[in-house]
Design a protein around this ligand. Structure first.
Ligand SMILES: Nc1nc2c(c(=O)[nH]1)N[C@H]1C(S)=C(S)[C@@H](COP(=O)(O)OP(=O)(O)OC[C@H]3O[C@@H](n4cnc5c(=O)[nH]c(N)nc54)[C@H](O)[C@@H]3O)O[C@H]1N2
Ligand SMILES: Nc1nc2c(c(=O)[nH]1)N[C@H]1C(S)=C(S)[C@@H](COP(=O)(O)OP(=O)(O)OC[C@H]3O[C@@H](n4cnc5c(=O)[nH]c(N)nc54)[C@H](O)[C@@H]3O)O[C@H]1N2
Ligand SMILES: [Mo]
Length: 571
């Protein structure tokens, strides 16, 4: 076994977003992880050349799919699209991550522009809404210092414990909470002018619904009351407010509507285009770039992919057997593919199913450019070491072009430069071409000359009916969040479920979680920070997605990991 030590790395103190710190994943996990060192075909270790021969043969078949995960977010990951375009192969559309929220943002604002970190620094109050910042965005902590903090989350997260106020709402009720807060603000404003006329840009159907069913039971269902709503409003009124919204609010069929409602609340508060104000979500990092890897290909859903419709499937930088919803269905599909190719760094549930395994190079060993979906800074990622393990995405594509006699692939430097040349540069730092110090200052829409579009129709029928069902004592919301020492399914794995002590289960006992999609045995960890109607299973847990549904969100083609309730049995 070859033992490759990565270079010592440390945070750049001068970096405007990184503040000199590295997350635990870079400090430790990546160094401890054992990577795939040799290529394999049909379970036998072979030379890379031999495995590449098998890849060429596989792509000669009738139909091919490329399913790319989010394993490495460097721009050079997408170079493989160019080959798929040449062979008239298929790519995917939709998202396992932030797509529903993005769609909701686009509905209101027309375009999803990122809120620069320096605006967060200027805020008086930061509302952390469905985001577990201390775990998933540790680099943001310095930007929150000295602010009033309000947390809206069904879990008492580390930041919720330190916050000025924590609204521990029932999952999947953010749409109500955002709309009702907006409603209270408008009522307050209407007192000044004596009428609500002209002040109701938000969903009329929703207010008819509130009038019909009364406010109190709706607030109770959400896990709050009028007094608490009033308290939250004091943090929102007459000051600079930033909403830091995470993916937690939108892992549902109605996920887009939630972001749209949160944005609408922000618009009513006047948070867009003003100093120290705004909504920070995962922005579209390629906004403003012309992508040299944009390919004209057919696309199928990334969330409910029917892999077995293809003769050859290339899985690049992802672990769909574990990270896609309804993994029993996914694994059955993957097992029926004639030529399953896995191109990645680590052994996982997908690599073990693959006929051909191609080891990738780490970001230390290849040239790349890194965009961020949380801030405007762009990094050139220089190659700092060389090993004889694996192949870069560029070289993989180049070999395929050569084997098939295709023309038109430019040099690696050409593509790196194509990305960097589109950036602005400030003090040696590359900045995204879409960067604006105060996004939406001029207005909304592509050209900045439109007004904010409010929600027009309240359609979440599912929620309406659930709201007035009897409390389901025997069923729990299944929340899946990120874990500290893993990056999705990479690095440290887990086999536990977190349950509130009052739910009647004992520490370390084995329980069977059951949803309508499957069942999974896990060990109990007691956690007082949860609501009694929720359990948490972090998304590095082996088998978690056996329990989650194969459905896509109403808008944004996103996975709906939390559109599910489970029962728990002792074994
Ligand atoms: N250490 C570490 N960092 C990571 C990752 C990782 O795997 N490990 N993954 C990266 C990736 S791919 C992403 S997309 C980001 C995601 O970053 P986050 O959005 O912060 O990710 P989650 O862990 O899903 O946190 C969601 C939060 O929402 C809460 N929540 C769940 N349901 C609801 C709800 O209905 N309403 C409200 N208001 N809150 C709810 C959860 O309790 C949790 O605190 O993190 C990135 N950073
Ligand atoms: N239940 C539930 N499921 C979830 C989530 C949830 O909250 N709940 N979160 C979802 C989210 S937000 C996301 S983003 C997805 C992530 O799901 P995936 O995209 O499947 O991501 P990972 O599990 O991190 O797997 C990434 C793989 O990429 C490979 N890799 C790393 N670097 C490179 C490289 O440079 N080149 C190549 N070729 N390969 C590389 C590694 O081998 C690793 O195994 O999971 C989703 N799944
Ligand atoms: Mo993600």
């Amino acid at each position: 076994m070859k033992d490759v030590a990565f270079p010592h790395i440390s945070g750049d103190v001068g970096h405007p977003a990184g503040n000199g710190a590295l997350c635990t994943l870079l400090n430790k996990s990546i160094h401890d992880a054992s990577r795939i060192e040799n290529a394999r075909v049909n379970g036998e270790e072979v030379s890379l050349d031999k495995a590449m021969e098998a890849v060429y043969d596989a792509f000669k078949k009738e139909s091919s799919l490329l399913w790319r995960g989010s394993g490495n977010m460097g721009v050079m990951q997408e170079v493989t699209n160019l080959f798929m375009e040449k062979i008239e192969g298929t790519l995917t559309k939709g998202s396992l991550c932030d797509g529903a929220g993005d769609a909701g943002i686009v509905e209101g604002r027309g375009v999803n522009k990122g809120l620069p970190l320096e605006q967060i620094q200027k805020a008086d109050t930061v509302v952390i809404w469905g985001r577990n910042v201390t775990v998933t965005n540790a680099h943001m902590m310095p930007f929150l210092e000295g602010k009033k903090i309000v947390v809206i989350d069904p879990v008492k997260t580390a930041i919720a414990k330190k916050a000025d106020h924590h609204l521990q709402l029932q999952p999947r009720t953010d749409y109500y909470v955002a709309n009702l807060l907006a409603r209270f603000i408008l009522m307050e404003k209407s007192k000044d002018i004596g009428s609500l006329d002209g002040l109701l840009p938000v969903d009329e159907d929703f207010y008819d619904f509130v009038r019909e069913h009364r406010l109190e039971p709706i607030l109770e269902y959400c896990g709050t009351d009028v007094v608490e709503m009033g308290m939250v409003l004091t943090y929102l009124s007459n000051q600079k407010v930033v909403f830091l919204v995470g993916t937690g609010v939108q892992k549902y069929t109605s996920g887009a509507d939630v972001l749209h409602a949160i944005d609408s609340l922000a618009a009513i508060l006047g948070l867009f285009g003003n100093e120290g104000c705004g909504v920070h979500y995962l922005s579209y990092s390629k906004l403003g770039f012309v992508n040299p890897f944009d390919a004209q290909c057919k696309k199928v859903s990334k969330v409910v992919t029917n892999f077995s419709e293809f003769d050859t499937v290339l899985i690049q930088g992802g672990n769909p057997a574990e990270s896609m919803p309804d993994s029993r269905r996914v694994c059955e599909e993957l097992d029926r593919v004639e030529n399953l190719i896995y191109f990645g760094l680590y052994e996982n549930e997908t690599s073990r199913r693959a006929k051909i395994v191609i080891p990738a190079k780490t970001f230390f060993e290849k040239e790349d450019v890194r965009l961020s979906y949380g801030h405007q800074y762009v990094e050139k990622m220089n190659k700092v070491m060389d090993t004889d393990i694996g192949i870069s995405e560029y070289d993989f594509t180049k070999r395929l072009f050569e084997a098939f006699g295709f023309r038109g692939l430019e040099s690696e430097t050409y593509y790196i430069d194509a990305w960097l040349a589109q950036c602005n540069k400030k003090d040696e730092q590359y900045i995204s071409p879409s960067y604006e110090a105060l996004p939406y200052e001029a207005g909304f829409g592509e050209d900045g000359d439109e007004v904010f579009q409010f929600d027009e129709a309240y359609e979440d029928k599912l929620m309406v009916s659930k709201c007035f069902q009897k409390v389901e004592v025997d069923r729990f919301w299944l929340l899946s969040t990120k874990a500290n020492k893993s990056l999705n399914t990479q690095f440290k794995r887990n086999n536990t479920v977190q349950i509130h002590p009052e739910s009647g289960y004992l520490k370390d006992e084995k329980v069977l979680l059951r949803s309508e999609f499957g069942e999974l045995e896990l060990e109990v960890v007691l956690n007082e920070d949860l609501r009694t109607d929720c359990v948490v299973v972090t998304n590095n847990t082996l088998g978690l997605n056996i329990l989650t549904p194969s459905i896509i969100s109403e808008k944004g083609e996103n996975a709906c990991y939390q559109e599910v309730k489970i029962t728990i049995e002792k074994i």
